[in-house]
Design a protein around this ligand. Structure first.
Ligand code: HEC
Length: 197
């Protein structure tokens, strides 16, 4: 074998060998990218809704906070979406939803039931899950668990009669009551569509 041929042989060999790890590296990078975007976007929504809710709760108690949730939560979510780069959207979903716009779509439903199943097996839920929907699209899920007493005011066994009546009037099909501390409430979903530039 002359020297040129052997260089060609070595180059071919090493690129074949390198092929798989390089692909894995690229997938790793893509995964990290999705996680970073998902973390940032879900936190932005969570903070926006959380800080406003706190403010209204302090100012006017659960009735004012209810007005905020039912009138503003959806609009604020749309506003957060406007701030995000194109191709990235964020929303809340729940299997036991209050507002039907928040019901899970397509395989989101199975992701939620899988999380519920894991919880029933006493698995500590992961902070995040990444789903590759297709070559262009990823979904980042942040599981939401009832972790504060305040959530139960409106999602537990509601003791305040006026509040209960107001919720029943606004949401006749409400499924989001009777939760307990530690229950899976739903998830924040960040959809990342790489085909949109
Ligand atoms: C003052 C009442 C109130 C409190 C307190 C409250 N929520 Fe809600 N929550 C609502 C209302 C009303 C909606 C429906 C909002 C809408 O129409 O988009 C809602 C919707 C949601 C949704 C979207 C899914 C669905 O069911 O439509 C999630 C998730 C959620 N709440 C989680 C929580 C968590 C977690 C806490 C505690 C940190 C909490 N909520 C505290 C009233 C409340």
């Amino acid at each position: 074998m002359n020297i040129l041929k052997s260089i060609a042989f070595i180059t071919l060999g090493s690129s074949l060998l390198l092929g798989a790890p390089q692909q894995a590296k690229q997938q790793d990078k893509q995964f990290q990218n999705v996680v970073n975007i998902g973390k940032k976007s879900s936190l932005l929504l969570l903070k926006t809704l959380g800080s406003n809710m706190k403010r209204h709760m302090k100012a006017g108690g659960p009735m004012q906070a209810l007005d905020f949730c039912s009138q503003e939560a959806y609009n604020l979510t749309q506003q957060v979406n406007k701030k995000l780069p194109s191709g990235i959207t964020v929303k809340r979903i729940s299997a036991k939803y209050r507002n039907p716009v928040n019901q899970p779509q397509g395989s989101e439903k199975e992701v939620l039931s899988s999380l519920k199943k894991l919880q029933s097996l006493h698995v500590i839920l992961p902070k995040q899950i990444v789903q590759k929907v297709n070559a262009q699209t990823y979904k980042y899920y942040k599981p939401l668990v009832i972790n504060k007493q305040v959530c139960l005011k409106c999602h537990g066994n509601i003791k305040n009669k006026d509040l209960k009546r107001a919720i029943d009037e606004r949401y006749p099909q409400d499924k989001a009551k009777h939760y307990k501390m530690g229950d899976l409430r739903g998830a924040i979903v960040v959809t990342i569509d790489k085909s949109v530039k």
